[in-house]
Design a protein around this ligand. Sequence first.
Ligand SMILES: Nc1ncnc2c1ncn2[C@@H]1O[C@H](COP(=O)(O)OP(=O)(O)OP(=O)(O)O)[C@@H](O)[C@H]1O
Ligand SMILES: [Mg+2]
Length: 517
Amino acid sequence: MNWVQYLNMRKILKLELKNICKYFQDVKANQNVNIDISSGEILGLLGENGAGKTTLMNILYGIYHPDEGDILINSKKVQIKNPRDSIALGIGMVHQHFMLIQNQSVAENVALIYKESPQFFPSRLIQKKLVEFAERYGLHADPDKMVWQLSAGEQQRVEIVKTLLNNADLLILDEPTSVLTPQEARDLFQILRRMKVEGHSVILISHKLEEILEICDRVVVLRKGKVLGESKIKDVNKKSLAHIMVGRDVIFDFHKDVLQRGEKVLEVIDLTVRSDRQTNAVKDVSFTVYRNEIFGIAGVSGNGQKELIEAITGLRKSVNGKVIVESVDITNLPVGSQNVSISHVPEERIQFGVVPNLSLFDNAVLKQHHNPKFSNRLFLDYTVIREHAAKIVKKFQVDTPSVSTLVKNLSGGNIQKLILGREISEDHTLLVAAHPTYGLDVGATEFIRNHLLKQRIAGCAILLVSEDLEEIYELCDRVAVMFDGRIVGIMDPEKTELEEIGLMMAGSSSKTIGAEA
Ligand SMILES: Nc1ncnc2c1ncn2[C@@H]1O[C@H](COP(=O)(O)OP(=O)(O)OP(=O)(O)O)[C@@H](O)[C@H]1O
Ligand SMILES: [Mg+2]
C-alpha cells in the first residue's frame, strides 16, 4: 500500500478548533483559540507554563468541555463528551502527568485502553503486542513489571506505547519526552515521522525547542490563553521561538565561574542497594561530592539512579556500604532522623511531592509542619505559612490566582516550580535534585539553572541526576555515568565529548577521564 492509499484510510483529514474558550472561575485558560491541523502534519504547540496548552488538548480529548467554540472534523461539527468519544473519532493522547494505575502491571494498564483487548485473559495478547512493538520501534516496556516499580522514564515509555498501540489518526503528545533519554526521544521521533508519512496528524507539546524545530512542520504559540501567533518551522529558530514565548531574550549558554571546590560533603562508599524486585540495583558505588561543586549523574532511566538517590536521602535501605554527609554516618537512617541538612527534589514529584487537593500554601510547607518557624507549639501559624508561600510564588514565578488555590488546579509546570521552590529555597549543605527542570518552560529553566549555579557559589554541594545531557554538560563540574547499577566512568565535561557520555550511558565503554571519584 502506498502512502496515498494510507492517507485515504485516515478518518481525520482536517481538524479545526474554532473560537475555543475555557474559563476556570477567574482564570481564562483558553480565549478564542483557533487552531487547525491536517492529515500528515506535525504541529508544535508552545507556550509558557500556564499558557493553556494542556487545557486546550484536554478539551479536544473530551476531558473538559469548552465554554464556547466548536470542534470540526473534515469540516463537520463533532461532539466530544468524553475520552471514549474522542478515541472513537480516532484521537489518542499521551498525558503530561502519568495516568497509569500504580498497582497494576504494565500489560494490565495497556489492556485498559487497548481498542482490541479481548474480554477474557487479555494479558497474553498484550504481552505479544508489547514485544512486537519493542522489536519494531525500539520503545521497550516490560509487560510483567508493576507500574510502581518503574522509574519516571520507564512510565513515560509505557504511556507512549499504550497510546501508540491504538494507532490513532490524530495523536496528541503533551510533553512526551520530558524524562526520556535523547536516544529514546529519537526513537519516538522516528515513529512520529513514519506516522506522518502514513497520514496521521500529531500535535506535540514540548518545552524542548530543539525537538520542536527537529520534528514539527508548523508551530502555534499560546500566551495567557490566547494564540499569540503561528509560523512555519522553517521561518523560526531556537532564539526567536524562545523570544516569542516569553517575550524577552533567553540565555542558553550559561557562564560557570571557575571555583576551587570546598570540603567533602557527601561520601558514598561501596554502596549496594536493592530494587523493589530484590535485585541489586546499585552495585558497589563510590563517589564524593564537595562544596562548591555540582556533581552530575547521567544515565538512562532505570539503571539504578532512583535507588541510589533514595538510599542517599533515607528513603530506601542499602544492603552494603556507607553514606556519609559532613562526616556523619547516615547510612540507613530514615528521613527526618538524619540531622544533616539535605534537600531533595524527587524524580516523581507530582506523584509524591504534592497533595493535589490541598492549597498551595499547605503544600509550600509539606513535611515541614514540625518546623518551629511554621507553628507555635499547638497550632500551625498560617500567617507565616502564607507569607512563606507567597515568597516562593514570587521568587519562582509560580503562575497562580492566589496562595489559597488548590494545587490540582495549577498547570503542570507551575506545580514543578512550587515543589522546586519549596525544596531549594531553604539553606542546605547538600541538594539532591532529580531532573530539576523537566516540564519547565524556557524562562523557568533558565531561572532554575542559574539558581543551582548560585547555590554552587554559595558553598552548597549539589548532586544532580538528569537524563538531559545538555543540562548535565552545562552545569556540572564532574559527571558520573551510571549503567546497570555501576558507575562506569567519572568525567570532566570540559575534557569529554558529549557523544562519549552518550555512548557510555548505553553501556558501550567505561573509563575515567580527567576526574577522580
Ligand atoms: N481544573 C482547573 N481548575 C482551575 N484552573 C485550572 C484548571 N486547569 C488549569 N487551570 C488553569 O488554567 C491555566 C492554563 O493551564 P494549563 O494546564 O492548560 O497550562 P499549560 O500551558 O499546559 O502549562 P504547563 O506548561 O505548565 O503544563 C493555568 O492558569 C491553570 O492554573
Ligand atoms: Mg501542561
